[in-house]
Design a protein around this ligand. Structure first.
Ligand SMILES: NC(=O)c1ccc[n+]([C@@H]2O[C@H](COP(=O)([O-])OP(=O)(O)OC[C@H]3O[C@@H](n4cnc5c(N)ncnc54)[C@H](O)[C@@H]3O)[C@@H](O)[C@H]2O)c1
Length: 420
């Protein structure tokens, strides 16, 4: 069965580019989002999120009438769900958005439809979603009841795009396709092949769910190794950047770079889904999360030590010392501050420090709420001029371009090795 109309539920960083990719292949796409601002913006041919090249594709798709956004689901041949999957206070996955989205599309489902869950989810989430759909629509059959003969096909297909390069990676990356049955996988592959240049690799739903969590946990564990090394090296008086560069000359060693912690709403979140379901078994994954989450506090201790040295050398009062934090984003050259360890470090410093705390973040125009009132957003030049203690938190290109000779401060806490 072909896909004449495709519906994407949740028009955020993942859903909107996906909707736009289908629409750019002349498919009728109905985007659904409960946020009226997002719906109104998209229907004007504009975008409400920051992602290079997305605006052009959305504008064209809306102008050519292949893409429109609505608040409530309408009938379609395929539904892709890309709504948030945060964790709750106790690190348990919160599936309320997925359940709400599933129950909302259930009302318009018909025989022959395909439903795909794209949201990063714990193992078993696709079966759970199929349960909610079956519960809402007893007149239709689903794979858990009728296998290959089901009226509705269901699959889990995770997204692995890199923010900032979504419009390229969405099309070029290979996709893991986890159907609840082989027929479900085949239909989901046919759907993605409308725009995909990468390969569709088929498996079952549980393996596909675990695959996405594994990819992000792999990154988290490897970053934790580098972060732990940075603590050990500091205690041993060894330059961690030189150490890693030397160790990586070994043909089978490839250590990642340490930093102030791990941020963003994927790598810092998804490993907890594995830990929540396997508390006894996921020891390494849990420890990696703890190592990365504790790094901002260690950085702040380094800053306190630098301030103490500064005071001892200058016979100043603590309130006379100015600290400048360089960078707030959770990774270089973007404006995304979500779950950023740099924001946490700046906040902890400002709460403790009695003098001025300056912040330099060339990618944003306003301070995040957590820093308003405690810190001042200043230019790079002003920070370099006024600061007694410099704290490098993000290796933005613009910071790397600062000649080391112009950094006159002897008290530097460099979490990214920019001035190594
Ligand atoms: N952003 C990434 O880089 C990335 C990468 C891989 C996977 N993911 C995963 O993809 C999923 C979506 O992430 P995102 O970054 O696009 O989130 P997002 O917050 O940018 O967008 C989600 C959208 O869903 C909408 N929404 C919530 N409930 C809804 C409902 N019931 N019906 C319709 N719309 C609803 C929200 O209004 C929002 O616009 C998450 O599970 C995330 O972990 C994200």
């Amino acid at each position: 069965m072909s896909f004449e109309t495709i519906s994407v539920i949740g028009l955020g960083y993942i859903g909107l580019p996906t909707a736009a990719a289908f629409a750019s292949r002349q498919k009728n796409v109905i985007g659904v989002d409960i946020n009226p601002h997002a719906v109104e913006t998209i229907n004007r041919g504009a975008i409400h999120i920051v992602e290079p090249d997305l605006d052009v594709v959305v504008r064209r798709a809306v102008e050519e009438k292949y893409l429109r956004a609505v608040i409530a689901p309408q009938p379609a041949d395929a539904f892709l769900i890309a709504v948030p999957t945060p964790f709750k206070g106790d690190h348990q996955p919160d599936m309320v958005y997925v359940e709400a989205a599933a129950r909302s599309i259930a009302t318009v489902l018909k025989k022959g439809d395909l439903v795909i869950l794209e949201s990063t989810s714990p193992v078993g989430a696709t079966e759970q979603m199929a349960g909610w759909l079956a519960d809402s629509r007893p007149d239709l059959t689903f794979p858990q009841q009728a296998g290959e003969q089901a009226d509705v096909n269901i699959a889990y297909c995770p997204e692995r795009v890199l923010p900032g390069q979504v419009m390229v990676e969405l099309i070029k990356n290979d996709r893991v396709i986890g159907g609840m049955t082989p027929a479900c996988s085949a239909r989901a592959s046919a759907l993605y092949n409308i725009f995909l240049e990468g390969e569709c690799v088929e498996t079952n739903a549980r393996t596909a769910e675990m695959c996405k969590l594994t990819e992000n946990s792999f990154r988290d564990v490897n970053i934790a190794f580098a972060n732990e090394l940075s603590l050990i090296c500091a205690a041993q008086g060894i330059n961690v950047w030189e150490l890693i560069r030397l160790a990586n000359r070994h043909p089978r060693v490839n250590i990642l770079q340490p930093g102030p912690g791990v941020g963003g709403h994927c790598i810092a979140v998804d490993p907890w889904f594995i830990v929540a379901q396997n508390p006894e078994l996921a020891r390494l994954i849990r420890t990696a999360r703890e190592v990365n989450d504790s790094k901002p506090h260690w950085v702040v201790e380094q800053v306190k030590a630098a301030v103490a040295d500064c005071l001892a050398a200058n016979d100043q009062r603590a309130s006379d010392v100015t600290i400048a934090c360089f960078g707030l984003a959770f990774k270089p050259n973007i404006d995304d501050l979500r779950e950023s360890p740099a924001v946490e470090v700046a906040q902890l410093i400002a709460e403790w420090h009695r003098g001025d705390t300056l912040v330099v973040e060339p990618h944003v125009e306003h301070l995040p709420k957590a820093l308003v009132g405690h810190t001042t957003l200043v230019s790079l030049d002003e920070a370099l001029q006024r600061a007694d203690v410099v704290v490098m938190l993000v290796d933005h290109q613009v910071f790397k371009a600062i000649p080391a000779a112009t950094v006159r401060q002897p008290w530097i806490v460099d979490t990214k090795g920019v001035w190594r």
